[in-house]
Design a binder for this molecule. Structure first.
Ligand code: ASP
Length: 343
C-alpha cells in the first residue's frame, strides 16, 4: 500500500525559534533543526516533505501576501500530498487560518495549522505534542480511505478548531485557542476523538481552486465609551476604506447619540460596508434585541452574526477582492460560506 504523505510547511513563529545567545531574544532557526528536535515524527508510516518560507517570520509580521503564497503552494502541490500541516506563529494564526478557509475552494484534504507557546527546543515545550498530533490529524483517513478532516483547521493544546471559528484567547496558556461559537472538530486525549457530526464534508476530488484576489481596504473599530466624532468620521468616512468592522457591545449594541448615528448613515450613504460583530468572546449579534442595536440596523449596518473578527476581516478581503459592487458584498455577508457563521 502507498504510504500517506504530508507536506509540512514552516512559516516561522515560536515553535521554530531559539534564543539569540547575544541579546537573549527569540529568533527563528533553520527548519532542518526543527525535525532533529522531533524524531518521533519518523515513527509515523508517512512520507513527510518539508517546505520552508524564506525569510521565516514572527507571525505579527504576517501580511495577506503570505496567505496568497500559502494558497498557491497548496494548489501547486495538492495532488502530491494527502494533507498539509502549516507551522505558524500563534499571534495571527487565527487570521491566516480564516483567510485560507475562504481562499481555498473544493478542499478534500486537511490543511492543519499549528504552532506553540514555547519553542520546540525547550524541555517543557508544547510544540512537540502540537506538531505530532497535527501530523496525525492531517494524515487521518476514515474506513473508506477519505480524509477525516477535509477542512482548514487549527490544532493547538489538544483542540482541533475550524480555522475560521478560532481565536487566540491566551498569551501564555498552552490551550491558547478557543472556538467560542462552534463545537471542536476533534479533541486529543489518549485517542483523537473526531466530532464527525460537525466536520464539513469533502468536496469532490478534482474541484480544488484557489482565490487570491484580496482587497484589504477594511478597518476595524472597537466601540468604546469616550469616542469622538472626529476620530469616528475619519475611520468610517475616509477615502481609504471600503468596509469597516464595528466591534460592538454585547449582542451588537452601540451608542445612540445622534452624532454617532449620523456618521454611520454618512458612511453607509457613501456606499461603505459596515459590519457589526460583538466584542464579547462568545455569542452572536442580534440587532433586533435592543433599541441600540436596532438603530444600527436602521442606519444600514450589516450583521456579522456569530463570526469572529478574524474571519469577518478575511471574508471581507475576499468578497471585496471578488467584486467592486458593495451591495453584492453585503448580500454575501449574509451567507455562511465556509462554516464561519451559524445561519
Ligand atoms: N510572536 C510569535 C508569533 O506569532 C508568537 C508565537 O508563535 O506564539 O510568531
Amino acid at each position: 500500500m502507498k504510504k500517506s504523505s504530508i507536506l509540512l510547511i514552516y512559516t516561522g513563529g515560536t515553535i521554530g525559534m531559539k534564543q539569540d545567545p547575544v541579546d537573549g531574544t527569540l529568533r527563528p532557526f533553520d527548519f532542518s533543526e526543527l525535525l532533529k528536535e522531533v524524531p518521533e515524527l519518523m515513527k509515523f508510516a508517512l512520507r513527510i516533505d518539508t517546505y520552508t518560507f524564506d525569510p521565516l517570520i514572527d507571525s505579527s509580521d504576517v501580511e495577506p501576501s503570505l496567505w496568497q503564497s500559502l494558497a498557491n503552494l497548496i494548489r501547486d502541490r495538492y495532488d502530491r500530498y494527502d494533507g498539509f500541516v502549516i507551522l505558524h506563529g500563534t499571534d495571527t494564526m487565527a487570521y491566516s487560518a480564516s483567510a485560507l478557509s475562504f481562499m481555498i475552494d473544493g478542499l478534500s484534504k486537511p490543511v492543519i495549522f499549528t504552532g506553540s507557546q514555547l519553542p520546540i527546543g525547550i524541555p517543557r515545550t508544547d510544540g512537540k505534542e502540537n506538531l505530532i498530533s497535527a501530523v496525525e490529524i492531517a494524515s487521518a483517513k476514515d474506513a473508506d480511505g477519505k480524509s477525516m478532516v477535509p477542512e482548514v483547521a487549527i490544532f493547538f493544546g489538544s483542540k482541533l478548531i475550524r480555522g475560521n471559528r478560532a481565536t487566540k484567547v491566551s498569551a501564555e496558556n498552552f490551550r491558547a485557542f478557543d472556538s467560542p461559537n462552534f463545537p471542536l472538530l476533534a479533541e486529543a486525549g489518549i485517542n483523537i476523538r473526531y466530532n464527525t457530526r460537525v466536520i464539513r464534508p469533502a468536496a469532490p476530488e478534482g474541484s480544488l481552486s484557489v482565490k487570491t484576489d484580496l482587497d484589504t481596504r477594511v478597518s476595524i473599530l472597537k466601540i468604546h465609551p469616550g469616542m469622538t466624532p472626529q476620530v469616528l468620521r475619519h475611520l468610517l468616512c475616509g477615502a481609504e476604506t471600503r468596509a469597516i468592522i464595528l466591534e460592538t457591545y454585547g449582542s451588537g449594541n452601540a451608542p445612540t447619540s445622534e452624532w454617532f448615528l449620523d456618521i454611520l448613515r454618512e458612511s453607509v450613504g457613501m456606499g461603505k460596508v459596515l459590519v457589526n460583530v460583538t466584542q464579547c468572546l462568545s455569542g452572536a449579534v442580534d440587532m433586533d434585541l435592543y433599541a441600540n442595536g436596532k438603530a444600527m440596523e436602521k442606519a444600514g449596518v450589516c450583521s456579522g452574526y456569530d463570526g469572529t473578527t478574524e474571519s469577518t476581516l478575511s471574508k471581507l478581503f475576499l468578497l471585496l477582492g471578488e467584486s467592486r459592487d458593495n451591495s453584492w458584498v453585503k448580500e454575501m455577508l449574509k451567507k455562511d460560506l465556509k462554516g464561519e457563521i451559524s445561519r
